[in-house]
Design a protein around this ligand. Sequence first.
Ligand code: HEC
Length: 127
Amino acid sequence: MRYSAAGMALVAFGLLSTAPAAQAQEELPDGVTDEMIANGKTVFGGAGICMVCHGPEGAGIANLGADLSDDEWLHSDGTYEGILATIEAGVAADKSSTGGVMPPKGGSSISDEQVKAVAAYVWSLSS
Ligand code: HEC
């Protein structure tokens, strides 16, 4: 339920500026850019329909989607790659802690590029 300062700073940075900030850049996983994180936020609340089950800020909705803003990961190791794999595959009912199902890509028809962006955004929420 908590937002780390670094995660919020990365999101804010991605939205506000394209100028390099050495500190923030160093903390990003391979293949992730600030621009992706900013785009991913838009996908999360828009075409990706993630907010329907995970809430507008990714904090989770009881019996629907897990809290994505904490650093507890139920279905991966919480790395960018792990989060990406969960979003691509979804979560089956027998793997879910609530019994709720997440279809692949949340049931949306977002592109591979949008999947990567939204994974970067979800990663940033807890980092
Ligand atoms: C139909 C509801 C639904 C939608 C839409 C949905 N999810 Fe989920 N999501 C779930 C459920 C249910 C779980 C498993 C929760 C549990 O095990 O407690 C889950 C789990 C996850 C996890 C794993 C969390 C962990 O702790 O490992 C990630 C990451 C995730 N969702 C991201 C997304 C993203 C990104 C989108 C949009 C592309 C999305 N979800 C759309 C229902 C949904």
